[in-house]
Write a protein that binds this ligand. Structure first.
Ligand code: ADP
Ligand code: MG
Length: 701
């Protein structure tokens, strides 16, 4: 086998050895020299800058001080012992603390000798200290200062004990560098490296660990991020190309009688321009001969259902069946009702199939479906089950996409010989950067306009202590004939306590809003679907004015008369969840309110979430903030992000590079779709490596 520098086990790096190698494998997943080189710094510090003790405050990041240790004392009880040091410069003193390595440190640290200290200031009981600082004798520090940009590596306590703190890891980087070959093989096509004036791979790997200047560091970072994103985009675009080739699409030749008659005679209100545009986009797709795979994004209440219905009518006009899949039974029921009402005066056969459909009815549906006697089938996961066979399925709508796993979605595909067109609808706006990445092989349509006549929802933050005023506001709204949601968090980890809170809340609401004047419903995830549905129906019919619920009502439910959404403990909800919940009101003509109730103490992130909610109704803006706060791994709809394998690039910050990389990948595939040009050979090689690491991706929809 050919010698490969990157594949060489990490033991062979000078200063590693079997023991440290074992730890590096266990703690950081570093097996090879290549892994070590790809353990990038997560930050750099300017080691030319020194602070003085007087300037130190807890909100500073890692800083450097120059001074002497005046005393070292072991304090605390047996198991909570720590070493306390007093560090002094000409402006004052600050406390240092070590919880580990006490014995060794107290003998090896020198008193009254100048040190360079490096660490992160913290605040504890009103005074500032630095825990586990790095210390270097000033006389030695002068010699070892490499440049102003000192890398900081993530490490673990166990590694630190074996001398592999950030500085120790840097030392390994220096050692490995001594055995570098003159150059590493390039991993991007040379024309691209040239076109973007990028560093070579060799330069980038070297500069990311030991940049000489800030500009060097930035160029190295760009090159590495670009490469990660380029291969991601290339694979997505390639799989889209493949899909276009492989799956011939059903051709919907024309809009026909059903669509036209609905449009001209039965549409209860004019379509918004955004709805018209999206229907046109979908129509064009379905006539193109390629299979459509489209993501439809539109804020809650933007009218996606109607768009779906009209597209399904086009399918029916062309002799096909359609189906609409919803994530919950409540939603499926509601869709069935809505569509049946829209289609009341038309000859379109709609059926509903859910988990609670009785056996006999279910068999009947299976039979009629296969005979082509059902035009539109609406349902839950039940639609995916094997006995469900269509005569000729042409159009699939999946509502609220993030509730369905990739695997479940792909099972719907197999319902037909020719793959049907697929429209995935989501009310969770996905920031562009993420959409380009996670759904990079889908086409995206956006409804960015609300139906006319809606008043924007007023969002207000209230502390728990203002509950009396809040209740009297509720009473006045109910007096006006409106209905109210009161939502409690129910989170798996704290399920028991949350259920308790919910029940307590429910009881006290029943007391404060007594019968017969008021009627209160409750719905939560632990109830039987039948009971849930019963309560939802009562609320829908305005037989109860208050709906106490958990987030089960988050998705899709439509009660236009409800005008107040109260979210209890709202500091515990994520932004996109808050936004989804808020979308349950503001569906009628009345002024609606969303009231975010919190306890007295709020963390920084929670405060920002509440503030964002109070300031804007724009789902995309909220999604951007959510992405910034939580990072791409957690943002709603991005659970698949494990496939991304990004080490340096950060989708929440590197949107621009995503775009540049996507453009570059698009250009390459346009010129050389099969990647046969010798200049692109390197791409094929890299893609193979990429596939080995991240696996062959399943179809995203
Ligand atoms: P979502 O996009 O959240 O699924 P829906 O499809 O449930 O939204 O639509 C929300 C409400 O707006 C429904 O009551 C629907 O009938 C109504 N609606 C949809 N399109 C229009 C329109 N063009 N003009 C007025 N109302 C509309
Ligand atoms: Mg909807």
């Amino acid at each position: 086998m050919k010698y490969d520098f990157f594949q060489t086990p990490v033991e062979f790096v000078k200063g590693v050895g079997p023991q440290r190698a074992e730890l590096l494998r266990k703690e950081l997943g570093i097996f090879t020299q290549g892994d070590l080189l790809h353990h990038f710094p997560f930050r750099y510090v300017d080691r030319t800058k020194f602070y003085t003790v007087k300037e130190v405050s807890a909100n500073l990041p890692y800083i450097q001080l120059r001074g002497v240790i005046r005393s070292l004392v072991v304090r605390g009880e047996k198991r909570r012992k720590f070493l306390a040091g007093r560090f002094e410069d000409e402006t004052g003193t600050i406390e240092l603390k070590w919880f580990q390595g006490i014995k060794w440190l107290s003998t090896s640290l020198k008193l009254n000798t100048e040190y360079v200290l490096f660490g992160k200031p913290n605040e504890f009981n009103g005074s500032i200290n630095i825990i586990h600082p790095e210390l270097e004798l000033a006389s030695e520090a002068k010699l070892s200062l490499p440049s102003s940009m000192q890398p900081v590596y993530s490490t673990t306590e166990k590694l630190k004990l074996k001398g592999l703190d950030s500085k120790g890891l840097l030392k390994l980087q220096k050692n490995i560098r001594m055995s570098f070959p003159t150059s590493f093989p390039e991993t991007l096509p040379q024309p691209i490296v040239n076109a973007y004036k990028m560093m070579s791979r060799t330069e980038a790997i070297s500069s990311i660990h030991m940049p000489e200047t800030l500009a060097d560091m930035q160029r190295a970072e760009f090159r590495i991020k670009f490469e990660e994103l380029f291969y991601l985009q290339l694979r997505l675009l390639k799989s889209k190309l493949l899909r276009m080739e492989k799956y011939k699409g059903l051709i919907f030749k024309s809009v026909g009688e059903k669509f036209n008659s609905f449009y001209h005679d039965h549409l209860p209100f004019p379509l918004t321009n955004a709805q018209k545009r999206v229907i046109k986009e979908i129509r064009t797709d379905c006539g193109s001969g390629h299979q459509m795979n489209r993501l439809l994004q539109g804020d809650v209440g933007s009218g996606k259902t109607l768009v779906a219905l009209m597209c399904m009518l086009i399918a029916i006009d062309n002799g096909y069946q359609a189906c609409l899949m919803a994530p919950t039974e409540i939603l499926a029921n509601q869709h069935a009702e809505t569509l049946s009402k829209f289609l009341e005066k038309m000859d379109v056969k709609v059926a509903l199939l859910t988990g609670s459909t009785k056996v006999a009815a279910r068999r009947e549906i299976h039979k009629r479906l296969l005979a082509g006697e059902i035009d539109i089938l609406i349902g839950t996961h039940a639609l995916i089950e094997d006995p469900v066979q269509f005569k000729d399925l042409g159009f699939v709508v999946i509502d609220e996409q993030h509730r369905f796993g990739v695997e479940q979605r792909s099972r719907l595909w197999k319902k037909n010989e020719v793959v049907p067109h697929v429209l995935v609808m989501t009310a969770t706006p996905i920031p562009r950067t993420l959409a380009m990445t996670l759904y990079g092989d889908l086409d995206v349509s956006v409804i960015d306009e609300m139906p006319p006549g809606r008043k924007p929802i007023k969002t207000i933050h209230r502390f728990e202590s203002h509950r009396l005023q809040l209740w009297s506001f509720l009473k006045s709204e109910i007096e006006l004939g409106r209905q109210v949601y009161i939502v409690y968090p129910l989170i798996e980890e704290s399920e028991k306590m949350d259920l308790n809170n919910l029940m307590h809340g429910f009881e006290s609401i029943c007391r404060d809003f007594p019968m017969p004047k008021y009627h209160v419903s409750i719905v939560h995830g632990k109830m039987k679907p039948k009971d849930k549905d019963f309560e939802m129906q009562r609320f829908l019919r305005n037989e109860t004015q208050i709906m106490v619920a958990t987030t089960v009502i988050e998705v899709g439910v439509n009660v236009p008369n409800a005008s107040v959404m109260i979210i209890e403990n709202s500091e515990r909800f994520g932004l996109s969840q808050l936004h989804q919940l808020r979308g349950r009101v503001g569906r009628g003509a009345d002024q609606s309110y969303c009231i975010l109730v919190t306890g007295p103490k709020l963390g920084n992130d929670a405060r920002l979430r509440i503030k964002t909610m109070c300031e804007t109704n724009d789902g995309f803006q909220i999604a951007e903030t959510d992405l910034r706060l939580r990072g791409p791994g957690d943002a709603e709809g991005t659970r698949q992000s494990g496939m991304l394998d990004l080490r340096l690039a950060d989708l929440s910050k590197d949107g621009q590079i995503v775009q540049i990389a996507r453009d570059a990948a698009t250009a390459i595939l346009k010129e050389d779709p099969e990647l046969q040009n010798p200049l692109n050979e390197v791409i094929n090689r890299q893609v193979e490596i990429h596939i080995k690491r991240t696996g062959q991706w399943g179809r995203i929809s």
